[in-house]
Design a protein around this ligand. Sequence first.
Ligand SMILES: Nc1nc2c(ncn2[C@@H]2O[C@H](COP(=O)(O)OP(=O)(O)OP(=O)(O)O)[C@@H](O)[C@H]2O)c(=O)[nH]1
Length: 475
Amino acid sequence: MLPTTGQNKLIILGSLGSGKTSSRLAMWCKENDISNVGPTLFGVEYSGIAFCGETVTIEDYSGSDETWSVVLSDKRRFQYVRSMIFYFDASKTDYQEDLDRYQRSIQWLIEQSPEATVSICLHKADLIRGDKNEALRALKLKIIERNKIVSKCQIDLNLKFKYFVTSIHDYSSISNAWRTIILKLVMIPQRYIDRLQKFAEYSNFDQLALFNGCNQILIANIKVNPAVTHFTNDQCQERSKKWFEQKEIECNHSEEDGKSVFVHDFIFDTVIVAVSHDSSVTALFANTNFRIFLINENKKSAARYIESVRKEALKIREWKIQNCPFELNEDMKVKDYKAIHGNEYFKVPQKYIDFLHDIAIFLDIDQVFIFNKEFWVMAHMKVSDWNRCYKDFEWVQHVEKWLGEDDDVMHLAAFEFEDGRKSFRVNVLDDFFIIFVAAEYSELSAPYINEYIKGSGFHHKLECLFKNDYYEYND
Ligand SMILES: Nc1nc2c(ncn2[C@@H]2O[C@H](COP(=O)(O)OP(=O)(O)OP(=O)(O)O)[C@@H](O)[C@H]2O)c(=O)[nH]1
């Protein structure tokens, strides 16, 4: 179980089967069937979510005894945490062990990450028998008692701790909890609000609302023209939801209640709903200036993201060197990698090579390829000194076989070779795709790699990064 060190790290802890994973999936992976969520295997599931140009790394720990003994055996797991969610199964009657673990966790969290926020979910509220309010009150009092033991300064703790009563059968209870948690974790920079405000005034919009793409959490609602009736948050949300259901289109325009309503991609995983009573603004969203405005915003966020991944990669590398059970070859400590990139038609910019290299270190991956659909190898990186790395031509055979089996291009696929190597494919736009290859010794980290790559944040950001240049290239 490799701890991540990201600036925006969210850890989820709690008792076995208390509903941690199903709540996370209900919120962030709508397409998953959460009626049949199994226990968290391998101790922890890693995922990433994109939020308004920022990434949050989530570590969702299993509540099994083995995992708890690992978690509580090393305080460093509580380093670099920005937020912790602790799940209690509110339908239980005996909390002794959960409370002991809770107490230890917050003790270490306060010690290792004093600025972290803490959210406590009293979950499975639908299963409470008897007087529900009384049961919840009693549980909350027990938790507060433990807080008192940990901190003499109760006021400080109470400011940081938030309690939520949640149930998987009440989506709004889960989305309310997550919205509060995430908005504390990733604040929309004031400069976005200022720029959007100016943009709206200049373009004759009456209202601009920003929503997170994955689950339509409202990030900002800017009401510009006080003389008109604005759409409510819910009405805006309805529109962004509809747009997401039909996602193929880049911009959606409709006329409703005498207003022009636009829904458009904004920064990364964020959509913007813009409303105007002036129908002459219709042309605006097709306007090149506006596209440039959006692309520039995207680029800035991409730059920040790359920087954060790079920092993360260096920390992880440091951590691996310190914790490596083997004698490390001196050369491995040096940031030295070989990248052959470009062909006569297309040159892969060095920044992608750097970016993918950092991702590869972060995920313990040995080799990265970028292919186009004609099987051209656009870039080939050997990240580790692993001497069984594939050569370009060997890979072409694998890819051909693979595409032959799966003509219908999938967004993401994981593939295991007979020789023990694992590979992970990510499609970027419709034009090319990236393949990550991990050696057999990465056996244990394979589920982690898969989870990370599958995380909506990672894929989306990768796509946006490529898309920006792709647009520039084509314009
Ligand atoms: N009735 C009810 N069932 C729930 C609720 N939340 C989760 N469940 C069910 O409880 C079971 C366990 O849920 P998980 O999400 O796997 O719990 P977990 O805390 O991630 O489990 P571990 O990772 O194994 O510790 C699943 O069958 C869920 O469908 C809830 O609010 N109410």
